[in-house]
Design a protein around this ligand. Structure first.
Ligand SMILES: Cc1cc2nc3c(=O)[nH]c(=O)nc-3n(C[C@H](O)[C@H](O)[C@H](O)COP(=O)(O)O)c2cc1C
Length: 466
């Protein structure tokens, strides 16, 4: 039986109770705070829903948004959520995690400009006025770059013991220093093409995220927390000094890396960088310790970061932590804990961050999609208790982009459209044998286009893609 088999909020609440998670997962039954405007740096979001960054692996091979990318964002533009957080976009071609990842540079900037205009136009056509915020997530994929040798910033000794698939190259201090320019340049371009904010991505163990845990790296970028955060600090300072009065600064950050899990769903025992993961209890990487994440987030806020998107885990090494699921992706393992425990971990960590940061910055929360048609109830409860300021939805938005509109209009979400947390979207993006080198991704159970694509790739059926 799937974990999620609850037909009513009452059944879900009973399960939460049985699992001892009543402090973390609370369900409210009326939409109030969700429908109220939220102020962000002098701008107004017209409700408290955000669409999380969700990579579609559907850019052109030179990093431009394609017709498929545009289709995805047009669906979000008319979906009713107030904040569109455009997916992980590399600051350089060599920093991409797959050959279809977006990359912002001089050659592609015009295409991003078209995308932003299209989102605003579609939103305005649908709602009569423009009332959304659009941001761009800027990233360097570090050890997850698709081209070898992948730059590894973590521990030189432990990394050598990792499996051969990590054909890593230990990145030098000079190279790290140069990355500040790449991020600044990309942020400038993002501003010039009309984005409202940029997110400096420090999550999911891509380069800036891995650096946060480079505890055993010698030199200026490793060791104590002030060294490990040096590069991100330089990036925030530069962006703030150069264009801080033009564009909002945000960051999506892992507050808990967690250990890597093996294919049977057990935490791996051999020494590996995750042992030293950011936000992990040094004596037990399975336990969350927010001392360092909170210290760094407070400093980020002092550096001008106005929006912090709290997330956790690693999609390759421990997908159940970041994206609680009913069924694992093809390269995953069966959930080693009840997914509601994962949801509760997200909510609890986010609430602690919010408590520490106070009103100085807006905190965006993660982990809602597993709750399907009841996600808004937990969202409402977390907002009312000031455990979060903006509710981000990831997989749930790929499945059902207009969930926010439906909820705000009717007070309910359509159970036939919600995300089933069965990981086809992750499986698709892991599929390499696509004619274009990387399968684009979307919701297989809820979007015919991706159902057809999945059938084609996995069952050999014909498919027409845009
Ligand atoms: C297909 C897919 C693509 C994703 N792309 C990104 C991304 O570009 N940037 C990012 O920070 N997180 C990315 N994520 C993580 C999601 O934003 C989100 O954190 C995760 O799915 C958990 O939230 P949910 O339960 O609402 O889905 C991706 C997740 C999936 C499944």
């Amino acid at each position: 039986m799937p974990f999620f088999h609850y037909r009513s909020a009452e059944q879900l609440a009973n399960e939460v109770n049985r699992l001892g998670l009543t402090d973390q997962i609370i369900l409210d039954s009326q939409v109030r705070r969700l429908a109220q405007p939220v102020s962000v740096g002098g701008r107004k979001l017209w409700n408290a829903f955000a669409y999380h960054p969700m990579e579609g692996c559907d850019g052109t091979t030179d990093g431009r948004p394609s017709a498929l990318t545009e289709r995805r964002y047009e669906r979000l533009a008319t979906g009713g959520g107030a904040l569109i957080w455009v997916e992980a976009t590399a600051v350089s071609l060599e920093g991409r995690a797959n050959p279809r990842q977006l990359c912002i540079n001089e050659q592609t900037a015009k295409d991003f400009e078209r995308l932003v205009k299209r989102i605003r136009q579609r939103h305005k056509e649908r709602f009569g006025e423009e009332r959304i915020l659009i941001g761009l997530q800027l990233t360097h994929s570090g050890r997850y770059c698709y081209q070898d040798p992948r730059p590894v910033v973590g521990d030189p000794v432990l990394d050598r013991r990792l499996p051969a698939r990590w054909s890593g190259r230990y990145v030098t201090d000079g190279e790290l220093e140069d990355l500040t320019k790449d991020f600044l340049h990309a942020a400038r371009l993002a501003w010039s093409v009309g984005f409202d904010f940029v997110d400096i991505k420090q999550c999911h163990r891509y380069l800036l995220s891995e650096l946060l845990s480079a505890k055993t790296r010698p030199g200026p970028y490793g060791g104590d927390l002030s060294h490990r955060t040096r590069l991100a600090r330089q990036i925030f300072l530069e962006i703030w000094n150069q264009i801080g009065d033009q564009i909002l600064l945000a960051s999506r950050i892992n507050v808990f890396d967690g250990p890597a899990f093996d294919s049977s769903g057990r935490p791996e025992k051999y020494p590996q960088p995750f042992l030293y993961g950011f936000g992990c209890d040094p004596n037990d990487p399975l336990k969350v310790d927010l001392t360092e994440p909170i210290q760094w987030i407070k400093e980020m806020v002092d550096l001008g970061v106005q929006m912090v998107n709290v997330t956790m885990g690693n999609p390759y090494a421990n997908p159940h932590i970041g994206r609680p699921f009913d069924r694992p992706p093809n390269d995953g393992y069966p959930a080693p804990e009840h997914p509601l425990v994962g949801v509760a971990r997200h909510f609890q960590a986010t609430a602690q961050v919010k408590k520490a940061v106070g009103p100085q910055a807006l905190i965006v929360g993660t982990g809602y999609s597993f709750l399907r048609q009841f996600l808004w109830m937990a969202a409402e409860a977390n907002l009312r208790r000031e455990r979060v300021d903006i509710v981000g939805v990831g997989r749930g938005a790929l499945a059902y982009p207009d969930f926010a509109q439906d909820l705000l209009n009717t007070g309910a979400m359509d159970v036939r459209k919600v995300c089933l947390a069965v990981s086809f979207c992750t499986t698709l993006m892991r599929t390499k044998d696509h004619p274009l080198g990387q399968a684009p991704t979307g919701c297989v159970p809820r979007d015919r286009l991706y159902a057809a694509l999945y059938d084609h790739l996995h069952k050999g059926k014909a498919v027409k893609i845009l």
